[in-house]
Design a protein around this ligand. Structure first.
Ligand code: MIC
Ligand code: SF4
Length: 643
């Protein structure tokens, strides 16, 4: 039997373990990326490791999340990141240079390489044939120090693409279709590998839209082959020498094969409040729209911006719609300006926003109360836009443009407009002047530390027994945006005691005080959750801040991949109900005890939770490698690494 492309790349990078599906493997990481909101903590942790330089082929530090700069905190963080980058041999991408994933694809992504990023949308790099994985900042710090990155050796699903997309249907609709087929849960430990004759009909940025939002399925990553299209893209970026051909063997073995005929896909949208809540645009029945936002790492390539500009040319946005456009990178912005697309968008009434995450992370452009907001981004979790009752729909740039014009959800195929064909540029505008490349003689650089930068808190070693109470009980699909809100709170990322005041703010703002009071009284806190706990982002603060508040265990029906790894990294054990009905037998405030937790882990026995309030016992399971157990005993990955 031949090999999948995934297997070929992973085997080439295999450093620990054997390629056996379901087993833990350690892979060598060639490139890393960080963004500022997770980066400050990642670099503080890297500093704590005491190394003199990064050991990767390439590490890039992007500034794209916190660029609002209300107050001194963001700018202080940027300066910290710039000085750390200079000192340790990291490329620094200044604020204004664009969104990490878009910029990395343009300037650094290389087929066949591994990329680890402290952002869940790092799989964008799969569009250019990389195995690109999102992780917590601490894992990225370890990889920068030359350490392996651990994953479960994945199941690989082949998505066999045939046909080609119809006019008004685009790559966003392909990934929305995938989300309809696979949903946002149940795909942990899977890599989606695209193949088949339909692949060549998609350009690299279109492939990247698909792998980017593949993150919402909870997979490890998604990957496309590296073919003639990839070569064209790299050539147009002045990097043809980075190209290598990569594809699966003809007789490659897969865990599942799914056929997807691109020509059957129609315009789709993800309805509130989940990227997996897929509806047909044709069924939206002229719903009135208040806001339209084009941008984010999913859909802000040159083609996306040019397509929308062509649709809007000579027309105006509806008076009732607030229409914003955020080009994904400075390259896209410069080219849109040069080619007249920016002028067309401005003429149409677009608000031109910074090339940054901006609205996507909810730190500006919050829509009005009860608004219907159409966005080309990848997440529409409740409240993420900054307006709790906003109804956010995730759509393609084409659907967004038509809605901006008509003020209504409109099937673009029925809008009576000719579909604008945008050709991929044969030469992109290359201007790397907003990168700061490290110089060799950088040892004497003094690292700038503003008052917002704290030291990363560490944890105690694992206690022999967990004794305390259930600090909070939550339901299914709790995202990291619920656990650790971003938006207006984002500026506290470098200040863990302050940021911890907002743990579970959208769910129960009283939680942090409750947990802190318990900690002061010498009691542990546990969190009880339903299915798919910790969906969404890679933000390790969703583990780090609960750790700071004294949380010792998460007891859930299931936990998503990146969050599960972050919990281990910060010394919080995640335990699973063996019998799902037991979820109903435990309430917030219940006094609990988990005796001999350490001994049980050491011997591999199931763990028993004693609910003292209800006077019952509940059996809990866990799925941890020996390495993960050892990290937990030490109280987290930082202590484990520097010990
Ligand atoms: C997101 O899209 O949720 C973010 C903001 O990019 C996060 C990272 C973060 O919280 O800093 C992610 O996707 O990992
Ligand atoms: Fe930025 Fe949004 Fe992409 Fe996250 S999903 S990296 S916030 S643009």
């Amino acid at each position: 039997m031949g090999k999948s492309l995934t297997r070929k790349i992973l085997e080439k990078h295999l450093a620990v373990g054997e390629y056996v599906v379901g087993q833990e493997i350690g892979i060598k990481i060639d490139q890393t990326l960080t963004q500022d909101a997770t980066g400050t903590m990642a670099y503080l942790q890297f500093e704590a490791m005491g190394l003199s330089k990064v050991k990767t082929e390439l590490s890039v530090s992007y500034v794209d999340h916190n660029t609002i700069q209300v107050g001194f905190e963001n700018a202080d963080d940027h300066r910290y990141l710039q000085t750390v980058a200079a000192k340790y041999g990291i490329v620094y991408s200044k604020a204004g240079n664009g969104i990490c994933h878009q910029v990395h694809l343009e300037r650094f992504g290389k087929p066949g390489k591994t990329l680890l990023g402290s952002d869940s949308h790092t799989p964008t790099g799969g569009g250019i044939g990389m195995i690109a994985i999102g992780a917590g900042g601490l894992d990225v710090a370890v990889a920068m120090g030359g350490g392996e990155f651990y994953i479960t050796c994945p199941k690989v699903y082949k998505i066999n693409l045939t046909g080609s997309l119809q006019p008004w249907v685009s790559a966003k609709d392909v990934v929305l279709k995938m989300l309809e087929l696979f949903t946002v849960k149940g795909n942990v430990g899977v890599i989606m590998e695209y193949a088949g004759p339909g692949v060549k009909t998609l350009s690299v940025p279109e492939r990247a839209t698909i792998t980017n939002m593949g993150a919402e399925m909870g997979v490890t990553t998604s990957v496309f082959p590296s073919d003639g299209e990839t070569r064209k893209f790299l050539k147009a970026q002045g990097r043809e020498s980075d190209w290598v051909e990569l594809k699966a063997d003809r007789d490659a073995e897969y865990d599942k094969v799914i056929d997807l005929d691109l020509s059957t896909i129609e315009p789709l949208a993800a309805a509130p409040h989940s990227p997996g809540n897929i509806v047909r645009v044709a069924d939206m029945k002229n719903m009135k729209v208040d806001q339209v936002l084009l941008g984010s790492c999913t859909n802000s390539s040159y083609k996306d911006i040019a397509t929308v500009a062509k649709i809007m040319k000579g027309k105006k946005a509806s008076p009732d719609v607030s229409f914003g456009v955020a080009p994904g990178s400075r390259q896209v912005l410069q080219m849109a300006a040069r080619d007249g697309y920016l002028a067309d968008l401005i003429d149409s009434g677009a608000r031109v926003l910074e090339s940054a995450c901006g609205f996507c992370i909810g730190n500006h452009q919050s829509p009005k109360t009860n608004a219907v907001s159409l966005r080309t981004s990848n997440r529409n979790f409740e409240g993420r836009s900054g307006t709790k009752d906003a109804q956010v729909y995730l759509v393609s740039p084409e659907v967004a443009a038509i809605a901006a014009m008509t003020g209504k959800f409109t099937d673009p195929r029925k809008a009576g407009i000719e579909y604008p064909k945008v050709r991929m540029p044969t030469k992109f505008l290359i201007d790397d002047s907003m990168f700061i490349f490290p110089k060799d003689a950088a040892k004497n650089i003094e690292i700038y530390r503003g008052p917002n930068i704290g030291t990363p808190p560490t944890n105690d070693r694992m206690p022999d027994h967990i004794r305390g109470s259930v600090g909070i009980k939550v339901g299914d699909k709790i995202t990291t945006d619920h656990i650790m809100p971003a938006g207006a709170r984002l500026k506290y990322r470098s200040n863990v005691p302050k940021y911890s005041e907002f743990v579970f703010e959208p769910v129960d703002p009283a939680f942090p005080k409750r947990a802190m009071d318990a900690k002061k009284a010498g009691k542990h806190t546990v969190i009880v959750a339903g299915e798919s706990y910790g969906q969404g982002s890679s933000r390790e603060h969703a583990a780090l801040c609960p750790m700071y508040l004294g949380v010792k265990a998460i007891i859930a029906k299931s936990v998503e991949r990146i969050h599960a790894a972050n919990l281990v990294n910060f010394g919080i054990i995640s335990l699973a109900f063996k019998n799902m009905a037991d979820y109903d037998k435990i309430e917030q405030g219940d006094e609990i005890e988990i005796p001999d937790i350490k001994k049980k882990l050491q011997s591999g026995e199931p763990v028993i939770l004693v609910n003292r309030t209800k006077n019952i016992k509940i059996e809990l399971g866990y799925s941890l490698s020996q390495r993960q157990k050892d990290i937990l005993y030490e109280g987290g990955l930082l202590s484990y690494t520097v010990k």
